[in-house]
Ligand binder design. Sequence first.
Ligand SMILES: [Zn+2]
Length: 95
Amino acid sequence: MSGSKRMFEDHEAKRGIAIQIAIEAGVLEQCEFHDIAYEGNEEIESAYKLGNGKFSRGEFRDTFESRREMTDYIKNVVEDHPAEECPSCAHMRES
Ligand SMILES: [Zn+2]
């Protein structure tokens, strides 16, 4: 496996975990019909707090090198999902 592919997979895995943390904290919501996350009701600080608690318990030891890296990923995935509702559901309703 080439180095860049491995890095890409790490990146995807880290993004996936960051999304899970954000969903668990209520910062992102997961659409029940689509595999899509969108903005939830909680502030992003809730996801940082939840992630930090898990990090302290050693849950992400194999994934993130530092808390800082974890919170950077959380910030990125939350900013990547700015929609207030699932875009696919919104689209289906409008068409
Ligand atoms: Zn949807």
